[in-house]
Design a binder for this molecule. Structure first.
Ligand SMILES: Nc1nc2c(ncn2[C@@H]2O[C@H](COP(=O)(O)OP(=O)(O)OP(=O)(O)O)[C@@H](O)[C@H]2O)c(=O)[nH]1
Ligand SMILES: [Zn+2]
Length: 218
């Protein structure tokens, strides 16, 4: 078992204490154990669907799906995948908003296990520390790689950044298309969903909120 980073431990405990952690019961299975179990279960599911697992195109699908779930699209359930975080002291005394727009995001709807396809905009006001820019994208991707509801994903990114930056002054907005809405069920091909979580000065000060939201709605 890989030892978790200090950043991962602090973020997980901040989410747990706010009731924002993804509902997880946990178990003692290693990533390899999980992959093996899911391979067996996918084999059974495809068998129930009546698919021919001896067909050369289908034969490896259970293994492929198991690897994709455990190591790729649900890897964010395991804090050993939490990104390495680089923080630097705010020696340059930046006190204006830093905003990262159009962060690519694909996640998976936890109700249907189909794709959520969207983008995130994240902003913060530097206080004592400045975070490496790419780390913002990586934190978004880490939490996106879980079965999700968009509202919780937005809050998890907010709290993770607040914890790491040791400041409440963070804002997150996510706009996404849910394929459970687009490709099945109600079959709406054009609607999208925007969720926003504002902390600190982004919530309390109208000008800061407007500055952030005007960067989101373009
Ligand atoms: N709030 C929220 N709802 C979501 C999200 N992703 C999917 N859903 C919704 O979860 C709901 C699940 O509703 P159910 O009635 O149990 O499922 P269903 O019978 O497949 O519903 P339909 O999608 O309407 O066919 C649906 O309304 C989805 O649109 C999300 O990120 N946030
Ligand atoms: Zn869904």
């Amino acid at each position: 078992m890989t030892a978790l980073s200090d950043a991962a431990i602090r973020v997980r405990s901040a989410l747990e204490s706010r009731g924002l952690e993804t509902p997880m019961k946990g178990n003692n299975l290693t990533l390899d154990d999980k992959q093996a179990r899911i391979t067996g279960l996918m084999t059974e599911m495809m068998d129930v669907l009546g698919l021919d697992l001896e067909d050369d195109s289908l034969a490896e699908t259970p293994q492929r799906i198991a690897k994709m779930y455990v190591r790729e699209i649900f890897s964010g359930l395991d804090y050993s995948y939490f990104p390495k975080i680089t923080m630097i002291d705010n020696k340059m005394k930046v006190d204006e908003m830093v905003q990262v727009r159009d962060i690519s995001l694909t996640s998976t709807c936890e109700h249907h296990f189909v794709t959520i396809d969207g983008s995130a905009t994240v902003a913060y006001i530097p206080r004592s520390k400045v975070i490496g820019l790419s780390k913002i994208n990586r934190i978004v991707q880490f939490f996106a790689r879980r079965p999700q509801v968009q509202e919780r994903l937005t809050q998890q990114v907010l709290v993770a950044l607040q914890t790491l930056l040791e400041s409440d002054d963070v804002a997150v907005s996510i706009s996404a298309t849910h394929y459970c809405v687009k490709a099945r069920g109600v079959m709406d091909a054009t609607s999208s969903t925007t969720t926003t979580s504002l902390g600190g000065i982004f919530k309390s000060r109208a000008e800061t909120r407007h500055e952030f939201l005007s960067g989101v709605v373009r």
